[in-house]
Design a protein around this ligand. Structure first.
Ligand SMILES: Nc1ncnc2c1ncn2[C@@H]1O[C@H](COP(=O)(O)OP(=O)(O)OP(=O)(O)O)[C@@H](O)[C@H]1O
Ligand SMILES: [Mg+2]
Length: 310
């Protein structure tokens, strides 16, 4: 076995504390636009989750912020000391597996999420360390497409079953406090399998690219998954990614909160640092711990699953 690279600890946030999102339980529709500050909406009915937790990060629109949301929540929870696994459920190149590089042991067969769908290995055997402390990854590549083409029997249930079997083999509890599934921009079989495996779905929406028809299609898929394969699936949160202060963003936030009255809605402010981080192969939290994007995701992570100071 080769020497694996040392693992970088996830840093604390270093932005000014006064720059955090205000947390409200109802949208402020009255403050004049000029003096309005970005707010995170946490409905009064909301209750934080406890570990272990499985989140599917889904939106079939491309570029909605799914991979960024997956990586930054993972980084925030890892910084809080939770054991986090991210699963690349996207067959595109330059996706999650190229951002958080898996550290493969030398000479061993390299597994991926595809191998799990085809029963070639367990989920744990397809899980590799990243170079970041407390974050492991299940990689994917173009060959994940084979799942859509070959449609192996039981594919919709494959991830839910793999997670259940893994917990059973570990004394009834997942070896990870948090598992995040980063979906492809499609509502194909792998995405349905991710929704079937999740306790909750997290929905990132790019403010500028909002498409109400796409949101309706996602809603229908969630409803179908609940009816057929995963009755417990809830909408855990909505993230308004690459957020800029505008009248439209404010309207969008209130529309989303009407559609998902029980879900927190988090604006994630636009930050050039967020766009740079994948190229640097680092979470934004490591690349720019002072950035608003790192702070906003850290705040969201602390609301959803308080695991210490994030
Ligand atoms: N808060 C932010 N500020 C600025 N840019 C951002 C922010 N969040 C995401 N981005 C950029 O937006 C682009 C799309 O983000 P991302 O790759 O996370 O979306 P995605 O939904 O995973 O895309 P795909 O559907 O292709 O998988 C990326 O270039 C990313 O760096
Ligand atoms: Mg992506």
């Amino acid at each position: 076995m080769n020497a694996l690279l040392p693992r970088t600890p996830l840093p604390a946030l270093s932005g000014p504390p006064g720059d955090r999102l205000e947390v409200v339980s109802a949208w402020d529709a009255d403050t004049p636009y000029q003096s309005w500050r970005p707010q995170a909406l946490v409905p009064s009915t909301f209750r934080p989750a406890t570990a272990p937790r499985v989140y599917a990060v889904v939106n079939q629109k491309g570029g909605a912020g799914k991979t960024t949301t997956t990586v930054e929540l993972a980084a925030a929870w890892a910084a809080a000391g939770l054991r986090v696994r991210v699963i690349d459920a996207d067959d595109q190149e330059a996706a999650l597996s190229e951002w958080l590089l898996p550290q493969y042991p030398e000479g061993a067969v390299r597994h991926s999420l595809r191998s799990v769908f085809f029963d070639e290995c367990t989920l744990l055997e397809a899980t590799y360390p990243t170079t970041f402390e407390n974050i492991d990854v299940v990689p994917s590549s173009l060959d994940l497409k084979r799942v859509e083409y070959d449609r192996p029997i039981g594919a919709e249930m494959a991830l839910a079953t793999a997670l259940r079997e893994e917990a059973a083999a570990n004394g009834g509890r997942s070896p990870y406090d948090v598992t995040l599934l980063d979906a492809a921009p499609s509502l194909g079989l792998v995405t349905v399998a991710a929704l079937t495996a999740g306790d909750e779905v997290l929905v990132p929406l790019a403010v500028g690219g909002l498409d109400l028809k796409a949101m309706a299609a996602l809603d229908r898929t969630i409803t179908n998954v609940r009816a057929k394969t995963n009755p417990k699936l809830g909408v855990g949160a909505v993230f308004l990614t690459a957020w800029d202060k505008s009248g439209f963003a404010r309207q969008l936030a209130s529309k989303v909160s009407e559609d998902y009255p029980e879900a927190p809605v988090f604006p994630i402010r636009r930050s050039v640092r967020a766009a740079e981080a994948p190229i640097a192969e680092q979470p934004v939290r490591v690349w720019a711990p002072e950035s608003t994007a790192a702070a906003d995701y850290g705040q969201a992570a602390g609301v959803l699953l308080p695991g210490g100071s994030v």
